[in-house]
Design a protein around this ligand. Structure first.
Ligand code: SF4
Length: 569
């Protein structure tokens, strides 16, 4: 049985325990959310010592199932004040699982800046004063040099140390690129605990025990083949997530000029097609890249400059939508450079894109002025007043500047889909316990389900509920959303159940995923209710309801009763 490692930072103590009964059968988001819901007082200060920070591998973590190595990071969020889980690719979760751990829980607060190394011998505290103020790129280079190439690291940049509400948690890939648990300000929670980095080395550790190896091999093969049969998987394999740029623009839902238009004039220059051509020509550019071993979709990329210097990996759709079209910046190089600064300082590109958008609406900088935006983002690491403002995210910036149209729910900036034309996604943004986020359950029109009408005002509630339950389970298994969502769209949940059953040696019935997702969402919602959230908080900003979105003229008109039906299960 996997174990839980508890690190008491206040007392510099480490304890490894068997999974308590109440957490057995859980992993990933299911485990982080159940731990936070049981062990953190709902009214706790997210940046105080009562909050806990949990890193969990998924139920399938450490195995050979494709893309099963997502790392769930959970805490009470300083951005949304809700329970929060953000997950990331990279190599850390696979290593945690192979060390026999299901989760590492940080409690209390260290007296001074610390790092922690976890390996087969346990955990070691390492003073981190020499890492103070370092950006993630230099920090990772130093850790790689000091601890070797078998590690994966989890770290924060200066934004986390400054406890900014949009601060992210960085995780390294097997080839030491950066992946990010971006949402909800969990980097600030890590900073509040005086924890700069976690170094994980699984050398000499046992592999994850698979109970029925033959059945598991067969189940994994079926899983891969089923995933590859989805028509969209091929598109992401060739073009990565930026394939969504032209698709969402053609639907009239690409956030443009702070969500005031649904199509962007300069869209071709920020499209996947343009980017793939560019990266094929540039030295060391890679239009596709995998963020973890075993991924067969490899939706990421390595974006280089004309001299072959890596700018960022990967440049994703959400960043292009929020930093690009949303700010009317039509230059991929500038967007990539802004992305790099965000990764280095350790902030969420989505909330920063949203913050830049509202700052442009307030007249602080001109629409489309990429150079000014880059300079603005660089101020986060310098802790200027303006830098601290946008480092605290979209809502903070909008409120500070007196902007009325702030694209956020529960304090978190919307992902890059205008909900007036993608109404199911809008219902998920409104009702997710985590604040607005596509990773909570994205609904897009897709060839596998031609009957789904993304602009209809009704029918969105049941669809959003179904996909949110599914994704809560997928996050608990440690599976990547790029894998979990296509399998839900084609109704192929059985191939996931077979993998779990072969791994655990226990029978798994057809309701396994729905039951798992229900338990997770119920725990999250109960915590939020105890904080003080009600159905009134499950609403999109009024401008989405009142302002017609050009060019379609759509408004978000899903009835409130239908929105509220999502959380009745
Ligand atoms: S599909 Fe993309 S995000 Fe998912 S594991 Fe592969 S590279 Fe990472």
């Amino acid at each position: 049985m996997k174990k839980i490692m508890r690190i008491n930072l206040s007392e510099s103590k480490v304890k490894v325990e068997d999974m308590p009964k109440e957490y057995q059968g859980l992993g990933g988001r299911g485990l982080t959310s159940h731990i936070i819901a049981r062990e953190v007082p709902p009214k706790a200060d997210p940046l105080g010592p009562e909050n806990k920070l949990v890193f969990a591998a998924g139920i399938l973590g450490g195995t050979t199932v494709p893309s099963c190595g997502r790392l769930s990071v959970g805490a009470k969020s300083p951005l949304t004040n809700t329970i929060k889980e953000a997950n990331s690719g990279g190599a850390a979760a696979q290593k945690i699982a192979r060390l026999g751990l299901q989760a590492v829980v940080f409690e209390g607060r260290a007296k001074e800046l610390m790092s922690l190394k976890i390996d087969k011998n346990g955990a070691t505290f390492i003073p981190a004063s020499s890492f103070k103020g370092l950006g993630n790129y230099e920090l990772i280079e130093r850790m790689k040099k000091e601890y070797g190439r078998n590690i994966s690291s989890i770290s924060i940049g200066p934004a986390g140390e400054l406890k900014l509400k949009a601060a992210s948690v960085t995780v390294t890939t097997p080839d030491f690129h950066i992946r990010v648990a971006a949402r909800g300000g969990l980097g600030a929670v890590m900073g509040s605990k005086n924890l700069k980095a976690i170094i994980i080395d699984d050398a000499g550790s046992d592999k994850v025990e698979v109970k029925d190896k033959a059945k598991f091999r067969e189940a994994t093969k079926t899983f891969s083949n089923t995933l590859l049969s989805h028509p969209i998987t091929g598109l992401f394999k060739d073009f990565g997530t930026p394939a969504l740029v032209m698709m969402i623009n053609s639907l009239g839902c690409l956030p443009t000029k702070n969500y005031s238009i649904g199509q962007f004039e300069g869209v071709e220059n920020i499209s996947a097609e343009y980017m793939v051509d560019l990266l094929k020509k540039r030295p060391n550019g890679q239009p596709t890249h995998r963020c973890m071993d075993g991924c067969i979709t490899h939706c990421s990329n390595i974006y280089t400059d004309e001299n072959g210097e890596m700018i960022v990996s990967g440049l994703e759709y959400e960043t292009i939508g929020l930093v690009g079209s949303n700010c009317m910046i039509g230059d991929l190089d500038i967007i990539a450079h802004i992305n790099r600064v965000c990764n280095d300082v350790g902030v969420d590109t989505m909330d920063i894109g949203g913050a830049l958008g509202v700052a442009m609406e307030a007249g602080l900088l001109a629409w489309g002025d990429g150079k000014a935006a880059l300079g603005f983002v660089k101020e986060i690491g310098k802790a200027t007043d303006r830098g601290m403002m946008i480092g605290n995210g979209c809502r903070f910036t909008g409120e500070k500047l007196g902007v009325k149209r702030i694209p956020q729910v529960k304090g978190q900036c919307l992902s890059a889909y205008d909900p007036r034309g993608l109404k199911g996604a809008g219902v998920t943004f409104a009702t997710s316990p985590m604040g607005a986020d596509h990773t909570a359950g994205l609904l897009l029109p897709n060839p596998a389900n031609p009957a789904y009408n993304h602009v209809a005002a009704t029918g969105q509630g049941p669809m959003s509920q179904s996909v949110q339950l599914h994704i809560a389970a997928i996050d608990s298994l440690g599976l990547c959303m790029m894998v979990g969502l296509p399998l839900w769209e084609i109704g192929a949940q059985a191939c996931i159940n077979s993998c779990v059953s072969a791994l655990t040696g226990e029978s798994v019935d057809e309701n396994y995923l729905v039951n798992l997702g229900t338990s997770v969402l119920k725990a999250e919602r109960k915590f939020n209710q105890a904080v003080g959230f009600t159905e009134k908080d499950d609403r999109l900003p009024r401008f989405f309801v009142e302002e017609k979105l050009p060019p379609s003229g759509n408004v978000f008109d899903v009835p409130e009763e239908e929105i509220d039906s999502v959380n009745k299960f």
